[in-house]
Design a binder for this molecule. Structure first.
Ligand SMILES: Cc1ncc(C[n+]2csc(CCOP(=O)(O)OP(=O)(O)O)c2C)c(N)n1
Length: 517
């Protein structure tokens, strides 16, 4: 038995049974060992950003870590942006990076780089076993580090000679990472939060792991008993939504409006997340969104027990059970394709239990409202602001959940990681990709005004328009093995969506839309 095989066996023993991979020479023993370890499924991704985003998506829908397999520093760097999104999503993830053999490093071969330094920027622990018989324990430590709490991107750097070297005495049982309990909330903070919720203009602010139906239901009771608003962060990791699910008010993305939304609050109680701040700085707009006099109570920061905090507040406030608001999903739309009819078409046709990977950007401005009473589903959003997350996350979410995934993908973002389509085709994943083609980086038109960057001449226009040549998105999808169709009306979109939900495997629907701004 070699080090690579002991890694895979340890992963299997710890439930890390899916690996999203883009291998090279230094990972060949890991690849070969896959034939010996049946309980680990490896999925080939044609770009590292697909592998890392898929591991993020898998964790968002299962709560469990998947692994990546990446090739030295350059492979890690190619995958870094979606690891950044995963870090911001606070999901568990085991990032496995092959390296040169330990004795080869000093020769400064072409692929040599400081992998640990790059991995260190992900805020998770980094492990680097130097002998084959250390691999299993270090891997178990890395998996424990990934689960935290808080959940993190943990990295295991595996030198080639550690991978191919013999493990002299394999353990009788593979080491298992022991789960660690998330710390309970502080009693004094609980009392303070309960008192302020009752006596001041306040809001409970949810994020992180607190956006499940069960936890949002507790928050709803707290809101009803205390008079506090219940809000949710702008970009939740995985949020239950739809008919029968309590829907908190979402913090608006635009700082100018978010400041107004929070302006009258005297108390903000944080559950599962940190204090909200502006996505960017803008001239004359504050970075902090709450008013100066607002008392922020960090009751359950990331990595602590959000459920215990909410349950304790329910108890302290003696909060009775309340029914979620009722409403109807929109009718299936007809007529022109617009941001409104797109949102209505998605909401009207959504299959029960679907996962919505939302990278619709400006074209999706009506989506959140329209889907409030759609069939129950789970919403995954762009936690770290690094575009190109939606298709890779859809891959991982489809593999992890086994449910229909709808990936709403704006054209500019899609072009970062469209290789994900090939993995969808190869693995036969039930993903409906809805490609929103406004042929612009439309949000940047708007951002340009917001930051006060005036001047809109030909040179700057060429950096915002996705034309000359026009992107043939259906052509891209077909080239990567996914059947594709372009719709021209809302009626056609509704039919194409219904057809795709009834068909196994991926499908691709291109929706031409006018720019929303
Ligand atoms: C990795 C990364 N690169 C660049 C950006 C900057 N950026 C933000 S939005 C955007 C364009 C988005 O265009 P598209 O996905 O077509 O959505 P639209 O704005 O047209 O709705 C860009 C380039 C980013 N957020 N992340």
């Amino acid at each position: 038995m070699n080090g690579a095989r002991s890694l895979l066996a340890t992963m299997g023993a710890n439930g890390v049974t899916t690996v999203f991979a883009n291998p090279g020479t230094s990972e060949m023993h890991f690849v070969a060992a896959l034939d010996d370890v049946a309980d680990v499924r490896a999925v080939l991704c044609l770009f590292e950003g697909v592998a890392t985003g898929a591991a993020d998506g898998y964790a968002r829908v299962t709560g469990r870590a998947a692994a990546t397999l990446l090739h030295l520093g350059p492979g890690l760097a190619n995958g870094w942006a979606n690891l950044h999104n995963a870090r911001r999503a606070r999901v568990p993830l085991l990032n496995v990076i092959g390296d040169h053999a330990t004795y080869h490093a000093r020769y400064d071969a072409p692929l040599q780089s400081d992998i640990a330094a790059v991995a260190g920027t992900l805020d998770g622990p980094v492990f680097n076993p130097r002998r084959p018989d250390d691999v299993a324990t270090e891997a178990a430590r890395a998996i424990a580090g990934a689960y935290g709490p808080p959940a993190r991107v943990a990295t295991l750097i595996l030198p080639a000679d550690v991978s191919w070297g013999e493990v002299p005495t394999p353990p009788a049982e593979w080491p298992v990472a022991m789960p660690t309990r998330a710390p309970a909330p502080d009693d004094d903070l609980l009392e303070l939060a309960a008192t302020r919720l009752r006596t001041t203009r306040s809001a409970v602010f949810l994020g992180g792991t607190a956006t499940t139906q069960a936890l949002m239901g507790l928050a709803q009771r707290i809101g009803a008993a205390s008079g506090a608003k219940v809000m949710v962060e702008t970009f939740p990791t995985a949020m239950d939504r739809g008919a029968g699910v309590f829907q908190p008010e979402r913090l608006i993305y635009l700082s100018e409006f978010a400041v107004a939304q929070l302006a009258d609050l005297e108390t903000l109680v944080l559950i599962g997340t940190n204090e909200p701040v502006g996505f960017f700085a803008y001239p004359d707009v504050p970075s902090r969104l709450v008013g100066e006099d607002c008392h922020v109570v960090a009751l359950a920061p990331p990595g602590t027990d959000a459920e215990a905090a909410l349950a304790a507040l329910v108890g302290l406030l003696d909060a009775p059970v309340v029914a979620p608001a009722r409403g109807d999903a929109p009718e299936a739309p007809s007529g022109a394709l617009t941001a409104q009819s797109l949102a209505a078409a998605i909401a009207a046709t959504m299959p029960d239990g679907a996962v919505l990977s939302d990278e619709s950007n400006t074209s999706g401005i009506h989506l959140y409202g329209a889907t409030a009473f759609a069939a129950p589903h789970r919403l995954l959003t762009l936690t770290g602001g690094s575009i190109g997350f939606g298709l890779p996350v859809a891959v991982g979410a489809a593999i992890g959940s086994g449910s229909r995934v709808i990936a709403l993908e704006s054209d500019g973002s899609m072009m970062y990681t469209m290789q994900a389509l090939w993995t969808m085709a190869r693995e036969g994943l039930d993903v409906t990709v809805v490609a929103l083609s406004n042929r612009r980086y439309a949000i940047l038109d708007f951002e340009r005004q917001r930051v006060g960057a005036t001047g809109a001449g030909d040179a700057s226009e060429r950096l915002l328009a996705l034309d000359q040549p026009t992107l043939d998105l259906c052509g891209v999808a077909r080239a990567l093995g996914v059947p594709a169709t372009m719709v021209t009306t809302a009626d056609e979109l509704v039919s194409a969506l219904r057809r795709s939900y009834a068909t196994d495997g991926p499908s691709f629907i291109e929706v031409p839309l006018p720019a929303a701004f």
